[in-house]
Design a protein around this ligand. Sequence first.
Ligand code: IVH
Length: 746
Amino acid sequence: MSTLSVSSDAELIIARERVELLRAEITRHNHRYYVLDAPEISDAEYDALFRELKRLETAFPELASADSPTQTVGAAPGRTFAVVEHRLRMLSLGNAFNAEELLAWRQRAADLLDREEWTFVTEPKIDGLAIALVYERGCLVRAATRGDGRAGEDVTANLRAIDSIPNELWGNPPPLFEVRGEVYMPKAGFDAMNANIAALNEERQAEGRAALTLYANPRNAAAGSVRQKDPSVTASRPLNIGIYQLGWCDDAPTPDSHWETLGWLAEFGLPTTPEVARHDGIDDALATCEAWNQRRDAQVFEMDGVVVKVDDLNLQADLGIVGREPRWAIAWKFPPQEASTVVEQILVNVGRTGSINPYARLRPVRVGGVEVKNATLHNLDDIRRKDIREGDTVVIRRAGEVIPQVVRPVLERRKDSAEWEMPSVCPGTTCGELDCANEHCGGDRGRLDICEGAWCGAPVSRQDDDVDFYCSNRHCPAIVQRALEHFASRGAMDIRGLGEKLIKLLLREGAIRDPADIYTLPDRLEALARIPGLGQVKRRKGEDLYEVGDRLRNLAEAIRWSKTRGLAHLLVGLGIRHVGSENATLLADEFGSLDAILLAPREALAAVEGVGPIIAESIVDWALDGENWSLAHRLQTAGVEDEIQRVAGAPAETPLEGLRFVLTGRFGAITRPQAEAQLKALGAGIGSSVSKNTTALFAGEAAGSKRKKAESLKLPIWDEHRLIDGLANPATILDWLAESEPSNAD
Ligand code: IVH
């Protein structure tokens, strides 16, 4: 009987057509993914098709079919391997994309079980391929892929060749049993393997042989490696396994809970999924799922979510299975990191060292919860290796905070296109206006009639052993702009308020040319106030009066403050090639002053542990340049601290030792890094995420998810006033903590 009695014939006809189309599409994508290891669409696009089909089948039950992809798993085994029937069907998992869906899953289970409380287990959901291993008298006798869930491919010889999968078990395992797990390729192994294939391809190309295809991601690489005809090839691949389930077991008692089962299997030497956790309730499990999202990139393997399982195996049996999914487990899916979109244009920008960096202007698409419009393309070799062209549909990937990358083109969707060429002259400009009329600006032109930005136009070239092309003009407007941005950035001199736009304006007005000029700005505030947008304009008696307002006063304060950033930050700010914060600190500690570093012989620099010959060479080259010398000298004359302040006497007081703070949102009177540095100097630890180990959260304006998390953990949340007061008088922080302790009086 139809649950949707009002569905008209016309609706049903349209729905049937769509359902058939979706089924055909999903089956085709299943084949590409599971059998050919060559997916054509991203996981998120696949999930969207799948969800749409599920929704239609629920709304129109008359269209249900046992062989719909929503009722079956994976794809039928291919023809390369013998077929193995699974004694117990290998299932798939339902998905939860947010907290509501996870809680609804728990509620459905609670209604069926007629109870409210039980324990859960959470495990990383490893993105690899499912494998069933049968052990007889402790020896691996059969390994099979999941296939369509009922029958898979016999890959025993290949899995026996993988070192990390035990061929023989320890201890006293049951006489005959099957375990299930996910075979995966660690991310580092994947990168190394693809790099090897790329190197091989260069040789093949030289010999006129066809190139081998690179693997799209670690999952495909694992699947491709397991399904090799020659086991020695599988053996050469960096593969591992995470066992997540006991399939079946003959003639031996087995534990009553999933948690204990994993411990029991580990005793026989089976590598069970790492970082499994047990939870008293769903709220705790949910907090773990949310926390995992922040840590997914730190794992050695690719994770696409967290599996939440009912721990008690009797309860699992009571809950049973619906369709192809157990009711006792669900996959909490992370927001997708991959999506496909179109490369509208390939453009370049100029880095502070003069490198010409290609990037893709994309048709906007949402990935990992944010809209992405641009993605890096690294360099020409990378563009050629991946074969990316304007107009291509491409898969892009955004992992964590990292800049989005173009992973690969979808060649099936390529129309006529030509290879992209690197521009022969530098397009560097200070303009940067998207609507500028300057034909060299690279933006959509049209609005501004006259571009006020300078344009470089110098020849671009690269050395034989370099992957990057460089602009040949050291006064290239883009290089000057980037060098100033770098000098003022957080990791260097941290001059609050001096960002890209203001630097652009000051350059255009001729107010600065290099970092040393920045320190002359505080003495020129009245003149700067006359630049539109910088000062405060008051109209008196029909005349415009320009006053130094808060913006300029704060800027002057930030510039003065930056003089005390210290030698290591100054070194970073100079932008010497290869000198980052870590080796700048090592150099500052070793030599103590800027002069000593710039005058040190190459060997002395290279001898510093962690510095080495390449960085030493780069420092010497920098110091040999007259313009650089003069810059260093002018910074010193401006009073920028260029020596390590070694304070003799009593050790610094650390009254906040043992406390751990998180700072979030915007603060007005102090920057976050400044506040964090001061808290650290007082002995406190600083965390990047809120957890139960956090002492308190300092929340500025527009604090978002961290504030919510702190609220849910009932942590003290303090505003900017408290931050400033606390830094001035740390003892008060201890008082506030004592106040916020729950009272025992009642
Ligand atoms: S439990 C009833 N635990 O995810 C199925 N699966 O999307 C029991 N997977 O087919 C699966 N890590 O291949 C489970 N810790 C984990 C997992 C995991 C990865 C895979 C597995 C499964 C697929 C479902």
